[in-house]
Design a protein around this ligand. Structure first.
Ligand code: TMP
Ligand code: ASP
Length: 242
């Protein structure tokens, strides 16, 4: 593709801004330093976060693409910016868990860290005002968020991503505890969109179970971006633009 030029702000999310370009099929994502938790109720600026997540995401999307997962990622544009395909996004989040943590622990009264076999799959409706409520395939169909086929495909891809990334993080002595993916449609095909970064997953050191993801921010543990950078270093993400 030729050089893309940033045009108008299309949408400002909690951590990324989306711009149109001179090409109707592509958008530019700008990863900001804003770090939010609890459905946007807590927001702070963490230095380097935008650049770390942009390059982390580029690395992961490229690995997934090589492994046969269709993604919207097109190319890195700069320290905080990437070009992606312009998709029509489904307003749902697909969550897979290999170990119990977060909302599952609260909901079912489990012990954090319990191994989940087989891994679980959950759907959440993307709506901050409602606190991203858990939904299911029936609700998604009735309210027109996605068709049964699209959800089945998104679920299949989410489990494939889990297999690929569990291995990748394991090579860095990290446990992929859980993660959230968002999908969209490009020319009728379900593709992975949004981002994969330590903002939207849980990663623990294999030996000590030390948290190296956004739980450091949610739980006030400090060294949030240092945790992200440690993960990047262990799985050999080049952070040369940060
Ligand atoms: P949860 O334990 O809060 O349900 O989250 C499960 C995983 O999905 C965790 O890695 C965080 C991620 N996630 C998001 O990044 N954004 C969201 O809105 C939700 C619901 C989960
Ligand atoms: N990413 C979601 C939010 O900002 C969930 C979380 O991080 O707590 O609300």
């Amino acid at each position: 593709m030729s050089a893309v030029e940033k045009k108008d702000l299309l949408y400002k999310g909690k951590a990324k801004s989306v711009y149109t370009t001179d090409d109707p099929d592509h958008l530019i994502l700008v990863f900001r330093d804003d770090t939010s938790a609890f459905d946007g109720k807590r927001v702070e600026q963490l230095s380097r976060k935008g650049a770390v997540n942009n390059q982390f995401n580029a690395f992961i999307m490229e690995r997934l693409s090589e492994a046969g997962i269709p993604t919207h990622f097109t190319k890195l544009l700069g320290p905080n910016e990437s070009v992606v395909k312009k998709m029509s996004m489904m307003p749902i989040e697909c969550v897979v868990r290999n170990r119990a943590a977060g909302s599952l622990v609260r909901r079912l009264g489990l012990e954090e860290g319990m191994v989940l076999s087989p891994p679980t799959f959950e759907l959440f409706y993307k709506d901050d005002a409602l606190g991203d409520p858990m939904v299911n395939e029936s609700l998604a169909q009735t309210f027109g968020w996605a068709t049964a086929d699209q959800i089945a495909r998104a679920k299949e891809l989410t489990f494939e991503v889990n297999d690929i990334l569990k291995d990748l993080f394991d090579q860095g002595d990290l446990v992929l505890v859980d993660f959230k993916l968002e999908f969209g449609l490009f020319n009728g095909e379900v593709m992975l969109g949004d981002e994969f970064s330590p903002d939207g997953c849980r990663l623990w050191d294999k030996e000590t179970l030390k948290k190296l993801d956004k739980d450091r921010f949610r739980q006030g543990l400090g060294d949030v971006i240092e945790g992200y950078e440690e993960v990047a270093r262990r799985i050999k993400v080049p952070l040369d633009l940060v």
